[in-house]
Design a protein around this ligand. Structure first.
Ligand code: SAH
Length: 330
């Protein structure tokens, strides 16, 4: 322990690299105890609506990058999004996450109207946006229309690493500026990384932990990198489930109150991945509410789970899986 940090760099390095299973087990069980204390045995659910897979960016890791000509592009209409949120509310969801590629057709006004209409249809719901980098003015207008939260992973705290994951038109500084703009406006802000993204080093991960320690995000999204066959990184190995679980535990200890999801990519690389995530200290899951006919087209990476299950069915299966270990879906 140092006065500046919850854990010194050396302690972090040790936790991230040790092979001592006792240490790892203790890390997970301590993180779970902290989660129990702050969040109970409740796993919160967020209904994910993937509103468009058009994207003008070309992130080297992402399956819906502009340069992938093999994607069948879709864009949900205003009415389809309203129907998804209504169906979600009927199933008991009280948070809607609208995620998409950076779709140039999504004007400020169009998103503003969607947010305002969800807000009036579901006055008590939380509305989370995850639509990438926009101007501060856009973020403010959407906030004023009723959005409360924004997810924008910083992807890496190391600008040099950022430049290996993204084409040169994309800027690490711009992404960080967006995160600060979101926080200034008053959004609950979520950041995070892909664990095992190509060229990531353990030192980069320590920088990520420090960045998050300073930024104090309300939400932290971390999942393993999973390769997609139609990207420049097609032959890069997937990230490690084990390291992801360790990071979930470390982040839980550093941010006891944060909402940390057990992500779909974790569930993609291990059958019971999301449950393992919860056992390591995650307290959120994000079942998919997107219409079934577009789910496969929103493929950020290969093998994504839950592309063919109705939201109700996947919620029921998750609830059952969690109940066996004593967790309850909210
Ligand atoms: N356009 C939005 C949403 C991006 S998708 C934005 O820029 O924020 C949400 C997250 O999925 C990304 O931030 C990235 O961390 C993750 N992701 C993308 N490709 C992935 C892959 N191949 N494996 C694992 N996660 C991936």
């Amino acid at each position: 322990m140092t006065s500046e940090h919850t854990l010194g760099d050396e302690a972090l390095l040790n936790l991230l690299t040790t092979n001592d299973t006792n240490v790892i087990d203790e890390l997970h069980s301590t993180a779970r105890k902290v989660t129990d204390r702050w969040h109970g045995r409740i796993v919160k659910t967020r209904g994910l609506i993937e509103i468009s897979n058009y994207c003008h960016n070309n992130c080297y890791y992402c399956g819906i990058r502009a340069g992938n000509a093999n994607v069948q592009r879709y864009r949900l209409t205003h009415d389809e999004i309203m129907q998804c949120s209504l169906a979600g509310a009927t199933l008991g969801f009280n948070t809607f996450v609208l995620q998409g590629g950076e779709d140039l057709q999504h004007s400020t006004e169009w998103v503003e109207r969607v947010v305002a209409d969800i807000r009036s249809a579901h006055p008590t719901a939380a509305i989370t946006l995850s639509l990438g980098e926009r101007t501060k003015d856009d973020y403010k207008r959407w906030y004023d229309a009723g959005a409360n939260r924004y997810l924008l992973r910083h992807e890496t705290a190391n600008p040099k690493h950022y430049a290996k994951l993204h084409p040169k038109q994309m800027s690490w500084q711009r992404r960080i500026d967006c995160l600060h703009a979101l926080k200034d406006i008053g959004y609950e802000t979520g950041t995070g990384i892909m664990v095992g993204s190509p060229f990531q080093t353990i030192n980069d991960i320590i920088l990520d932990l420090r960045l998050m320690e300073r930024f104090r995000p309300e939400m932290i999204g971390i999942g393993p990198y999973v390769s997609h066959h139609d990207t420049p990184f097609a032959d890069k190995p997937n990230g490690s489930v084990e390291l992801t679980l360790r990071l979930i535990s470390i982040l839980r200890l550093m941010h006891p109150q944060a909402n940390i999801p057990a992500t779909t990519s974790l569930g993609t690389l291990a059958t019971d991945g999301r449950l393992l995530g919860v056992e390591a200290g995650a307290n959120v899951v994000m079942p998919n509410l997107s219409p079934l006919n577009v789910r496969k087209a929103y493929s950020l990476y290969d093998g994504k789970i839950c592309t063919d299950l109705e939201a109700a069915e996947s919620r029921r299966l998750l609830a059952q899986q969690f109940a066996e270990k004593g967790y309850e879906l909210d």
